[in-house]
Design a protein around this ligand. Structure first.
Ligand SMILES: [Mg+2]
Length: 336
């Protein structure tokens, strides 16, 4: 069992009426398919200090959604801690494209300090060739792979040992124990490639469990699933591991919270996965696109009322989101 007694409570100090009166559910058209959809639905809520996002993925239940709502309340009603740095380096992402397309994908990002390469959607030789191509094109970039739990132990060992220049491998295998076993096997084989836990970190006790099991060298953290910037900060501190802040496919309103977290971490070793705004074809607010490979901390961008209206979901989806908001709020109140 992990000791979670020091984790900050969820934010539960705003009435449902106030949240609901200022909330609108919108659909963001995407340039690519993600989680089997080309429309990312999010709820944006205007709080007294700024706009906030509530966007748990559709299949997430009330307990999980309550943590996302805690982050919404922080963003719109409390604000974030002061930044410790004014630039947050971000990584480019290369999807599981054919090797010949890698150069064109990278060209879209401009200069970046790091590249995440998606793997485990093809055969291993193709995965290895794609990553080698990135290394060839950007020899100075930090390269990490993300398998989204898609490898077996043996496959992960084969790919990672074939790519000794990798900085880290993100969730090559599912779960915490398999990660720990893989990390130990790589160390025994003399590999210096680090292991990152992503899918294994979904709730507040997970980072502590990852650290306790020595399953990873770093953890991927997202603001909404961990209940807010302050809460995520305290969780990272208690886990005692390096962290990479990533988006949960947030709109640029939610990205501002991710940048606030990355800017407030006492130690930021790796570029963050916050350059996801390029995945959306349209956004109501100024998209959080990197300049010189970095994003700048600041308040959430303010949506344009006209675009907000254009992107507004139909009445049945508004009802569905408002019901979800009410359910998540109910859970927050019970836990408070
Ligand atoms: Mg990942």
């Amino acid at each position: 069992m992990v000791d979670n007694s020091h984790i900050l409570p969820l934010n539960a100090d705003v009435a449902l009426d106030e949240l609901a009166a200022n909330a609108v559910a919108i659909g963001l058209p995407m340039n690519t398919t993600f989680r089997n959809t080309t429309l990312r639905e999010v709820m944006l809520i205007k709080g007294p200090i700024g706009w906030a996002e509530f966007s748990p993925f559709p299949e997430y239940g009330p307990q999980e959604s309550a943590r996302w709502l805690s982050a919404t309340i922080e963003a719109g009603w409390h604000g974030w801690p002061e930044p410790l740095r004014n630039a947050v380096p971000v990584n480019a992402t290369v999807p599981a494209v054919p090797v010949d397309d890698v150069a064109a994908v990278l060209a879209r990002f401009g200069p970046v300090p790091a590249v995440k390469v998606k793997v485990a959607e093809d055969d291993l030789a193709t995965d290895i060739a794609r990553v080698q191509r990135v290394h060839e094109l950007l020899p100075d970039a930090d390269i990490r792979i993300d398998a989204n739990t898609g490898y077996t132990h043996e496959q992960a060992v084969e790919v990672i040992t074939a790519l000794p220049f990798l900085r880290y491998a993100e969730q090559p295998v599912p779960g915490i124990e398999p990660l720990a076993r893989l990390r130990a096997a790589l160390r025994a084989a003399g590999s210096s490639v680090l292991i990152a836990a992503d899918e294994a970190v979904r709730k507040e006790t997970d980072p502590l469990a990852v650290a306790q099991a020595e399953a990873a060298d770093l953890i991927v953290v997202k603001v909404q699933p961990l209940g807010g910037v302050r809460r995520a900060l305290s969780i990272v501190e208690q886990a005692g591991l390096d962290a990479v802040v990533s988006s949960a496919l947030d709109s640029s309103v939610g990205i501002a919270a991710g940048v606030a977290l990355a800017a407030a971490l006492p130690h930021l070793e790796h570029a963050c996965g916050l350059a996801t705004a390029a995945l959306f074809a349209t956004e109501p607010a100024t998209p959080a696109l990197p300049t010189n490979g970095a994003l700048t901390p600041g308040p959430a961008p303010v949506p344009d009322p006209e675009v907000l209206e254009q992107l507004k979901l139909p009445a049945d989806r508004q009802r569905w989101w408002h019901k979800r908001l009410a359910t998540a709020h109910g859970v927050l109140m019970q836990n408070a």
